[in-house]
Design a protein around this ligand. Structure first.
Ligand code: DGL
Length: 272
């Protein structure tokens, strides 16, 4: 069955991989987390594009037949670069499945969009949603990623950050989580809205991208696929975080960053 190359700036994209695996156990997943360069959210667009190019080439070299960019930031500024590097294989970004859903279904408005500085600054969601006739409120919420990376899902500091950001975002009826990491805080955000007496429908790009990839690979096979996970920096600390996103034990292998074209499988180092 098809091999799907999924990548993210770090491990948050494992959630997209996991959703895909739940929908389509026959798919083989080749995952790359660019942990050496995380976060992408405060990097320049040109820097992010160089990472995207290398990662896509790496995943192609591993046999990926379709590429899914789980990272919203990389999707916002690196989609064209990914398509160039992918040459003849299709590339799905985190953004278009979400925009398709907003154009096909009518979500309640105002729509709130939260993501990294780079994603929000790119204006990619805001412009498209406004063109569809939605009232939109956008906000960069950069502090959430490090809190999640620290495993502080139910921590008071995270509750305070959610309170600060969502009250600043103001009145919305739909909230689009335009970042790979944020679905881990979905319950906390829902709790905030319940506390302040607001009914808000929360939508995640991870779920929509997983659905789009499952549709794109065609008919379901009977044989289970295999999953491989690479990171550009195999800090042992990442194992716990990876487990949280993937929902099961996981083996991360280190692939040297930026050397994808010379990469050989024998260079893979197991995480100690
Ligand atoms: N993966 C990024 C995204 O979805 C969030 C983390 C980062 O800043 O790299 O936008």
């Amino acid at each position: 069955m098809p091999k799907v190359g999924i990548f993210d700036s770090g491990l948050g994209g494992l959630l997209t991989a996991r959703l895909l695996r739940e929908k389509r156990p026959d798919i083989s997943i080749l995952y790359y987390g660019d942990t050496a360069h995380l976060p992408y959210g405060d990097k320049s667009s040109s820097q992010i594009r160089t990472y995207v190019r290398d990662i896509v080439r790496f995943l192609r070299a591993q046999g990926a037949e379709i590429i899914a960019i789980a990272c919203n930031t990389a999707s916002a500024v690196g989609y064209d670069t990914a398509c160039e590097a992918a040459e003849n294989i299709p590339v799905l970004s985190a953004i278009y499945p979400a925009l398709n859903a907003f154009s096909e279904l009518r979500f309640s408005e105002p729509v709130g969009v939260i993501g990294t500085y780079t994603t929000i600054r790119s204006g990619i969601y805001g412009r498209a949603l406004k063109a569809m006739g939605y009232r939109v409120r956008e906000l960069a919420t950069p502090v959430l990623v490090p809190l999640i990376e620290e495993g502080w899902i139910e921590h008071p500091a995270t509750a305070a950050a959610i309170h600060t950001y969502l009250s600043e975002l103001g009145e919305v009826e739909t909230l689009l989580l335009a970042c790979t990491h944020y679905p881990l805080l979905q319950n906390q955000m829902q709790k905030y809205y319940t506390q302040v007496g607001m009914e808000v429908h929360i939508v995640s790009t991870a779920e929509l991208l997983a659905e789009a990839v499952a549709r794109a690979v065609g008919q379901e096979g009977t044989v289970h696929g295999e999953s491989h996970f690479w990171v550009s920096d195999a800090n042992p600390r990442f194992i716990e975080l990876a487990k949280r996103f993937w929902g099961a034990d996981i083996i991360l292998e280190e692939a040297p960053a930026g050397t994808s074209t010379e990469y050989l499988p024998s260079q893979v180092l197991p995480v100690k």
